[in-house]
Design a protein around this ligand. Structure first.
Ligand SMILES: *[C@@H]1O[C@H](CO)[C@@H](O)[C@H](O)[C@H]1NC(C)=O
Ligand SMILES: *[C@@H]1O[C@H](CO)[C@@H](O)[C@H](O)[C@H]1NC(C)=O
Length: 369
């Protein structure tokens, strides 16, 4: 009997050993910039207040106002501690630094219509003779839909938890508040963004590499031209290396300041479609980091959310708010693409040529210098 107990105990200890992932090599983030820059004055939304009806009402009003002024806002109270966030950055860093070039090739995306796995640098045209210096690794929100490199395998459970957290504990509360802002039933947008339904919401790790002087000169320090995001809501886990700028309604590019363990949120084209222009997709770009950070690689962690693939991108006409202020359509309802058509067409077209505008599914898609 004693030996059975010992066997059980040792099996239990072994199972613990098998599930506890080792600590990833810690990513040490550089200090934030001390340059004096023109920063956008973004609202700070505390999602922890969304637990009561009164709190939701107040937050919805704050969000409507944030969307009308900058189209970007910070989220705090999102439920991840600084330590949890640091660990995700360490895993992101490993994805680039602990996987060799040979293995990366095996996990490089094969299709031009969807981001999956690695995207090597220099795939996109930025300016004549200048390509991007961005490497990324894209992970579908259903993390085990695809295989991942050896170095990431001990962390798949954590990455799964991270994808779920972004989708269910950040995206869904934001979508409820945006729906409230339109006086729609609170799940009107959530129902179009189900975690389990087929779609391409994804976690993305991105690493911007410093560029040569020649590249900086030719592209006027622009690393990624001004654009709107393809999907619904973009969740950027704030990190200290500057470079992100938003185009304010007054036509000025302003920097986004790093805030410790905050999220930087913006909406993309899909919400413009679904909300009849009430929440316009904000134009943003990435330029060379400020002088005291030039030459540093820039590691980013994102959650890009999209509606479910079969959602037709037409506005919620029953919104009392839209009935009052009017609907601005990107295209007629009969021409409206589904989420799947829109993301595929946008992804295929992206970075193929240097151009400032093109028509995709009858919608004018612009880039800004
Ligand atoms: C990123 O990971 C590599 C490999 O584990 C490590 O050597 C490097 O110091 C890390 N980068 C930072 C900035 O911590
Ligand atoms: C985009 O998708 C639709 C439907 O799949 C297709 O008919 C259309 O030609 C595509 N391309 C562009 C550039 O709109």
């Amino acid at each position: 009997m004693a030996s059975t107990a010992i066997r059980r105990l040792s099996q239990f200890l072994l199972s613990l050993y098998a599930t506890a992932a080792p600590d990833p090599p810690p990513y040490v983030a550089p200090p934030a910039s001390k340059e004096s820059l023109e920063y956008a004055d973004l609202a700070i939304i505390d999602l922890s207040k969304a637990k009561t009806e009164v709190g939701c009402k107040a937050l919805a009003a704050e969000m409507v106002s944030a969307m009308a002024t900058h189209g970007f806002f910070y989220v705090i109270g999102h439920g991840y501690s600084q330590e949890q966030t640091n660990r995700v950055f360490s895993i992101a860093n490993m994805t680039f630094d602990s996987v060799n070039a040979e293995e990366k090739k095996t996990y490089t995306g094969q299709s031009g219509a969807v981001y999956e796995g690695y995207k090597p640098r220099q795939m996109w045209k930025i300016e004549d003779g200048v390509q991007d210096q961005i490497e990324h690794y894209n992970i579908n929100h259903i993390v085990r839909k695809h295989e991942h490199p050896q170095a990431l395998r001990p962390y798949l459970q954590e990455i799964e938890a991270f994808a779920r957290h972004n989708h269910l504990s950040v995206l869904h509360p934001i979508l409820r508040l945006l729906a409230l802002g339109l006086e729609l039933p609170e799940n009107a947008l959530v129902d179009q963004h189900k975690f389990e339904a087929a779609g391409e919401s994804s976690v993305r790790f991105m690493k911007y590499f410093p560029r040569s002087e020649d590249e900086e000169k030719r592209s006027k320090q622009v690393w990624l031209k001004g654009h709107t995001d393809i999907g619904s809501v973009t969740i950027l886990w704030s990190q200290p290396i500057g470079g992100l700028q938003i185009l304010s309604p007054d036509g000025t590019w302003r920097w986004v300041r790093h805030m410790e363990n905050a999220l930087v949120i913006n909406t993309g084209d899909v919400l413009t479609f679904l909300c009849g222009g009430f929440y316009p997709a904000t134009r943003h770009r990435v330029i060379q980091p400020p002088a005291d950070q030039v030459g540093l690689p820039r590691l980013g962690v994102f959650y890009f959310s999209m509606a479910n693939d079969d959602v037709k991108l037409v506005p919620h006409e029953d919104s009392p708010v839209l009935k009052r202020v009017g609907i601005q359509r990107l295209c007629s309802d009969e021409d409206a693409p589904t989420m799947e058509e829109w993301r595929k067409n946008r992804t295929v077209a992206y970075g193929k040529k240097v151009c400032n505008q093109e028509i995709i599914n009858g919608v004018l898609v612009k880039q800004y210098d």
